[in-house]
Design a protein. Structure first.
Length: 440
């Protein structure tokens, strides 16, 4: 079956600026909010897992591709969103997490990874072979030929996996492919002083030509027609202190160049924290897919902290010993196991203390699945359900949700409030992408 995501390319090329928001997360609150918002707006939703979140060994979420697939679609069924409205993607799929291995071993791992994603039913695949592995020369730039050769090898695996999938699901949708990786690794930039460079037109065109040739050389001429986007850096990046905003003037040559290619659009990564107007400019200028990750979990973290403050105020005194101390438990987990934030946060001890909680890089998202953190979160939610959320504290810490509760638009339940907080960020992207047009 033809992949409906190709409508983005078709519409862009006739001058209709339509795209889609790619929600890159393993967080269930964010996934639920995105699915609910798609149903509420009669739209579609694209949810992606990254190579380090979900892989053949479980990733840091503990889920394999089939597990993630089943989880997302089970939630869609529960919400009442038709499965045809839900797209699943895999982000940065390649040897990303095994770069310490030589090519033969790293690519063997990557082949299994890509196979398992496609065999599970994912329909949007970002093939990323831009990273060096152990036996690549550390002093030489990885050539376009090497990157594209490895990418084509993985595309062949995907095609074989799709044919395998058709045996059990005859109506399975063909995957579309994204190539290139002109962006920092998943998780965001590590060096706060690093300069942001817009992809040069000649580099974008060289990437296109190298991949096209590699696909043809590997007998994948028909598969090349399913490559719908190339990842470029239009000059945006989420950072510890916010983001690098999109500058149309700076990116005008790159954006003009996409008009020369009738079958592809750009995919933009790390669009977190752009204003909805900047996001719309990206779509209008030729970016068809806007990737967002920390921006969504940051909204969830804000909601959880707001609820923690509400709990702290309402249980003051006689119920003091029942408090969850969610924020303190999260802080302790991050201190005990600093691997997810240590190299991202610089500054004094006090500055890093602040960043662990409030940095826009949102490294605390990695700690939400930890048992003690999850237990504290569940205890906080149970407390708020047991004692109720006072309208006064709701107004103080979640004023937008307070108004909706007062107007009868929203249930005064902690998890409903969390999802609604996330939907404000989702709505920024829905404004920008006009993705509801994809279902017409």
């Amino acid at each position: 079956m033809e992949n409906a995501l190709k409508k983005i390319v078709a519409m862009q090329k006739v001058g209709t600026p339509v795209g889609i928001c790619s929600v890159c997360t393993g967080n269930e609150y964010v996934i639920e909010a995105a699915l609910e918002r798609a149903k509420e707006t009669d739209s579609v939703v694209l949810i992606e897992s990254t190579a380090n979140q979900v892989d053949q060994n479980g990733g840091y979420t503990g889920m394999k591709p089939a597990d993630f697939y089943n989880m997302v679609y089970a939630k869609a069924d529960q919400i009442g969103l038709d499965r045809s409205r839900v797209f699943l993607g895999g982000d940065h799929l390649g040897p990303l997490t095994v770069t310490n291995l030589p090519e033969n071993e790293a690519m063997a791992y990557a082949r299994t990874l890509l196979h398992d994603y496609v065999a599970a039913g994912y329909t949007k695949i970002h093939i990323d072979t831009s990273m060096k592995v152990a036996d690549d020369d550390p002093n030489e730039r990885l050539s376009d030929e090497t990157i594209s050769r490895r990418g084509a090898e993985l595309a062949r695996v995907c095609e074989d996996a799709y044919q395998e999938l058709l045996k059990t699901r005859p109506n399975a949708v063909r995957p579309v492919y994204i190539v290139g990786s002109e962006v920092p690794i998943p998780g965001g930039a590590q060096d706060p002083q690093a300069g942001m460079q817009v992809t040069r037109v000649e580099d974008f065109k060289a990437t296109y030509k190298a991949f096209e040739k590699a696909f043809v050389d590997h007998g994948l001429s028909e598969t090349w027609k399913d490559v719908m986007a190339i990842v470029v850096q239009p000059g945006v990046e989420e950072k510890d202190a916010g983001c690098e905003e999109y500058d149309r003037e700076r990116a005008k040559d790159l954006m003009a160049s996409i008009k020369e290619f009738p079958n592809i659009v750009f995919e933009g990564h790390s669009t977190d924290y752009q204003t909805k107007y900047k996001l719309r400019e990206l779509i209008d200028d030729g970016v068809g897919i806007l990737k967002v990750g920390p921006g969504m979990t940051y909204a969830m973290r804000e909601a959880l902290f707001a609820l923690a403050y509400i709990e702290d105020m309402q249980l003051h005194g006689v119920h003091e010993d029942e408090k969850s101390h969610f924020i303190d438990v999260l802080e302790e987990a991050m201190l005990v196991d600093p691997k997810y934030w240590k190299k991202y946060y610089q500054g004094t001890e006090d500055e890093i203390w602040f960043k662990r909680k409030f940095s826009f890089s949102d490294r605390c998202r990695y700690y939400m699945p930890y048992e003690k953190v999850n237990t504290a979160k569940n205890k906080m939610i149970a407390n708020l359900r047991k004692y109720g959320i006072n309208l006064a504290t709701l107004s103080q810490f979640m004023p937008l949700q307070y108004t909706k509760v007062r107007e009868g638009q929203l249930e005064n339940d902690p998890e409903v409030l969390i999802r609604d907080k996330i939907k404000y960020t989702i709505d920024e992207y829905l404004y920008a992408t006009r993705q509801e047009q994809l279902v017409k």
